[in-house]
Design a protein around this ligand. Structure first.
Ligand code: FES
Length: 77
């Protein structure tokens, strides 16, 4: 499924960036497209980054510490 129509990247591309080490929305854009154009895809990319970080249990995500409730949830998952 296309996530970003301006740059033509898909959810698979975003997952690839996350699996390759990207840990923030900015890092995903740097990896795939330099920067957003219209920005309509940013909420979906942010959602995917948050999902990935929750699933991996990493304490740092999105360039800032995860909210305590999210970090605690990740530790118990
Ligand atoms: S849809 Fe991604 S920048 Fe426009």
């Amino acid at each position: 499924m296309y996530v970003c129509l301006c740059h033509g990247f898909t959810d698979g591309d975003v997952r690839g960036a996350l699996n390759g080490g990207c840990r923030s929305v900015a890092a995903v854009y740097r990896h795939l497209a330099d920067r957003p154009q219209c920005g309509k895809c940013v909420p979906e990319v942010r959602h995917m980054v948050n999902q990935h970080c929750r699933g991996s249990g990493e304490a740092m995500c999105g360039g800032a510490a995860m909210p305590a409730a999210v970090a605690a949830q990740a530790e118990t998952a």
